[in-house]
Design a binder for this molecule. Structure first.
Ligand SMILES: [Zn+2]
Ligand SMILES: [Zn+2]
Length: 305
């Protein structure tokens, strides 16, 4: 299972109701952050998450509401005596930005920083049981969306078939389930495919922020279990939204529908909206499984089968 924590769900500037952009994904004891707006550390402290387990930080673009929290967080990890290396992925200019802070002595980190500048779409990072791919979005400055995905999982174990083939209950069951061949006492080899059903897909989620509707977002989110997409403006404000390189909540729903995802979380919501409940009906007419993020919401992403 994966849990998704919407730490900051507002656009532009932080308010007491909504912090600026950061979404954390917790998987197998590791954290991946998508964007790191100002106040991200405080939001992590308010959540059940621990900053020490952050492995990767993915920055979409260099607007302040997506990156201003990065130096502070990196500095805190140093104060916490981190020794493990940390990966930061972002647009071209990321290295220059962090090196400048370091040269000015604003930032000093003793742990290894693995900095990856994205220059073209595709897989940019391979982690422990998952990978991260990118795709170009359409915003006022160069902006990358991210897809975090697991490889396919082994198929379902067919207990009756294993028994019929003479596999004794015990450790051999586990080895077959993990995809290893086993040899029976009589010397006969049993292959995992003899007792496993077809491979099942791993979990996949996409993060698209900030963008106006674009093919890149649909491609990136294609068939994912979850799409986290910006919806800065309410339905009906498409003209204004697109002129500013943003999406409305309806645009987010259309992208989710076109990409064939299971669930949608709408985030990066303009601070001018104090109540968004009124938008839900229109949005869910386009995509029924739409959720409107609030700060510190936790969303569980479970396997379909
Ligand atoms: Zn933004
Ligand atoms: Zn932006």
């Amino acid at each position: 299972m994966i849990t998704v924590h919407t730490l900051g769900t507002g656009s532009g500037k932080p308010t007491p109701e909504r912090n600026v952009s950061c979404t954390a994904v917790f998987r197998e004891g590791e954290l991946v952050l998508f964007d790191c707006g100002e106040g991200t550390q405080t939001q992590i402290a308010r959540s059940q998450l621990r900053p020490g387990v952050i492995q990767v930080i993915c920055i979409t673009h260099f607007h302040g509401d997506h990156i201003n929290g990065l130096p502070g967080l990196l500095g805190t990890l140093q104060l916490n005596q981190r020794t493990e290396p940390l990966t930061v992925i972002g647009p071209k200019g990321l290295k220059q930005y962090l090196q400048t802070l370091s040269r000015l002595n604003i930032l000093g980190v003793g742990y290894g920083l693995n900095l990856i500048e994205v220059t073209e779409p595709g897989v940019v990072y391979e982690g422990n049981g998952y990978a991260i791919a990118t795709e170009r979005l359409r915003h006022r400055v160069p902006c990358w969306g991210y897809r975090m995905f697991e490889p396919p999982r082994p198929g379902k174990f067919n207990l009756e078939q294993a028994r019929a083939l003479g596999v004794p209950a015990g450790p051999m069951f586990g080895r077959l389930q993990r995809g290893e061949a086993v040899t029976l006492e009589g010397g006969e080899q049993i292959q995992p495919e003899d007792v496993l059903g077809p491979a099942r897909p791993g979990l996949a989620l996409a993060y698209c922020c900030d963008t106006q509707p674009c093919d890149g977002a649909v491609r990136l989110a294609g068939g994912a279990d979850l799409l986290i997409h910006e919806g800065t403006y309410g339905p009906g404000e498409e003209k204004l939204a697109h002129a500013r390189g943003h999406s409305t909540m309806l645009d987010a729903a259309r992208t989710a529908r076109d990409a064939g995802v299971r669930e949608l979380i709408i985030t990066h919501i303009s601070q001018k909206y104090t109540r968004i409940e009124g938008f839900a009906k229109k949005v869910r007419e386009v995509f029924p499984q739409a959720h409107f993020a609030r700060d510190l919401n936790v969303f569980e992403l479970k396997y379909n089968a």
